[in-house]
Design a protein around this ligand. Structure first.
Ligand code: GLN
Length: 539
């Protein structure tokens, strides 16, 4: 590998210890935001130690949501946090898995590029990891690199080794290691315990990585004594042992870090000239989340509701829109498999709006369709995303147009497939093969609900699906009162549907939740919450 010439970027590596789910993604996003609000350009990368090439084919229960970037990469859900906090688009280069790294190295070996050498984890896998870590070198001021998993995992080893090597190559003044740990409170002893943190740092040091800053997740405040103890045993300055208490909302985390001067410590350690931190707009946004004036309930109907991470971007989109509407939105999670024609009234009792979620496969589909009929007839605000929109079309075709066996060919192939593959897709379907992924332009019909929300005719939204509204049935659906308020610029693909005779019934083939950002939100989510608020006042 060629000698590395340091460019202008600073690197911050974020590792996690003790246990998973400590919120490394939120911590990385929060640090990124603080640096951005000090005027630096920032990007965040996630390195996942699993062998899957991407999370695209993983079950949501395993992995949570699959986050799709503008350029159509199926990535880890933490990239969603990075985009929402930083208001910066990520790309396929921001996420790498062990699977991708090994795949590239093995392909290179097959092409004979290693010239007969033995291909090894060190240096070949670690070199490929470092190459990927450096792709934004010189393009932004700060590159944050989050290493997935927990230190000590067998899978993480090559990533830790690559981190150690890269820190050495770019120089201590350009690299910073932040380690996120857990300080448990043992009730019977009435004490916070530092031992797990000590052990975690020990493992990190065995990999040759010395943490500069410790972020200590804890349910109770870390007093000076505890911080001094952690500092002494872990070889970290006392002021760099920073408590990370549970916050009321994830969006408050950057403000809590700023209170502990995390951003100024980082700037100092990386020899970055400190400009003033501006968190005014963000603080107002957090205030609106924490002290809203109104309150409503929105139902989220999906089949993976037991793991709410499966719908991360949707629930965040609702939070953003709620803050903008100055309201609290309680989300009632409804398992689509539990919905029937008989119980839908009871299940949706007291709900002011219904969002029907995306998904794959036929499980829970009839429940979604039952809900849709009730929502349409009772004029409850409805927002259908991807599969949610497709279900709305099927219900409308069955019960309004009279196509009794209307269905999607994903679930049942028949002559009334109102949702189907486009003719050019047929015959080439395979898992992961023909999906429409990433950003596509859409033209919005003036005077529609969608236009009222977006305020423009030209939009771009992200997609992740195979099936489309079948153009053979467009006329019949339109005669029944369905409006196609968004199409691809050539008019061939229906992207947004609405109903004429309904206060707010909007279904979208794309995934607007992937573009909802903190502070600004997404136009459709904002108007959906607004319509639900209006509905709540009618009760
Ligand atoms: N399963 C449907 C399709 O492939 C919808 C996908 C989704 O909701 N993301 O078209």
């Amino acid at each position: 590998m060629e000698a590395y010439v340091p460019k202008s970027s600073k690197y911050i590596f974020i590792t996690g210890g003790v246990l998973s789910s400590l919120g490394k993604g939120i911590a990385s996003s929060s640090i990124g935001l603080l640096l951005k609000q000090r005027g630096y350009s920032v990007t965040v990368m996630k390195f996942d130690p699993y062998i899957n090439v991407d999370p695209g084919t993983m079950n949501p229960y395993q992995h949570g949501e699959v986050y799709v970037t503008e350029d159509g990469a199926e990535t880890d859900l933490d990239l969603g946090h990075y985009e929402r906090f930083l208001d910066v688009n990520m790309s396929r280069q921001n996420n790498a898995t062990a699977g991708q790294v090994y795949y590239d190295v093995i392909m290179r070996e097959r092409r004979g590029e290693y010239l007969g050498k033995t291909v090894q984890v060190v240096p070949h896998i670690t070199d490929e990891i470092k190459r990927r870590m450096r792709v934004f070198d010189g393009k932004v001021d700060v590159i944050l690199i989050e290493i997935g998993g927990t230190v000590g995992d067998i899978e993480s080893l090559p990533f830790m080794e690559a981190t150690r090597q890269l820190c050495l190559e770019i120089g201590r003044q350009n690299a910073l290691n932040i380690h996120l740990t857990y300080v448990p409170y043992i009730r019977s002893a009435g004490e916070l315990k530092t031992k797990p943190t000590q052990h975690s740092v020990k493992v990190l040091m065995e990999h040759g990585i010395m943490p500069d800053i410790l972020l200590c997740r804890a349910e109770h405040k870390l007093d000076k004594e505890i911080r001094a103890k952690i500092a002494l045993f872990c070889n970290v300055e006392e002021r760099s042992v920073i408590e990370a208490l549970d916050a009321d909302t994830i969006y408050e985390v950057p403000l809590l870090f700023a209170k502990r001067e995390l951003d100024s410590i980082i700037c100092e350690k990386l020899h970055m000239k400190k400009s003033k931190l501006d968190m005014d707009t963000w603080s107002k946004f957090v205030h609106r989340i924490k002290s809203p004036k109104k309150e409503i309930t929105i139902a989220l109907v999906g089949k993976y509701v037991k793991l709410q991470d499966s719908y991360k971007s949707i629930s965040e989109g609702i939070i953003h829109a709620a803050a903008i509407n100055n309201t609290r939105v309680n989300v009632k999670w409804i398992d689509s498999e539990s919905l029937t024609d008989e119980n839908v009234k009871e299940q949706l009792d007291g709900v002011h709006g219904v969002l029907v979620a995306p998904g794959f496969g036929s499980r829970g589909i009839e429940g979604k369709i039952s809900a849709m009929k009730y929502i349409r007839e009772n004029k409850i605000p409805f927002f259908g995303i991807c599969l949610g929109m497709q279900c709305a079309v099927i219900e409308f075709a069955r019960n309004v147009v009279g196509l009794k066996s209307a269905n999607s060919s994903e679930f049942k192939k028949n002559s009334e497939n109102v949702i189907d593959l486009m003719p050019d897709q047929r015959g080439v379907t395979q898992k992961g093969g023909t999906m429409r992924l990433g950003t596509y332009p859409c033209v919005v019909l003036p005077k529609s609900k969608a236009y009222a929300a977006y305020g423009t005719e030209k939009i771009k939204e992200r997609h992740r699906h195979r099936y489309e509204l079948n153009n053979d049935f467009r006329d019949q659906l339109a005669q029944g009162g369905m409006v196609f308020s968004g199409t691809s610029p050539d008019g061939r693909l229906v992207e947004i549907i609405e109903l004429k005779d309904h206060p707010w019934f909007v279904g979208v083939q794309f995934h607007p939740e992937l573009k909802s950002r903190a502070v600004t939100g997404h136009p459709l989510f904002i108007d959906f919450v607004k319509a639900s608020l209006k509905h709540s006042t009618k009760e």
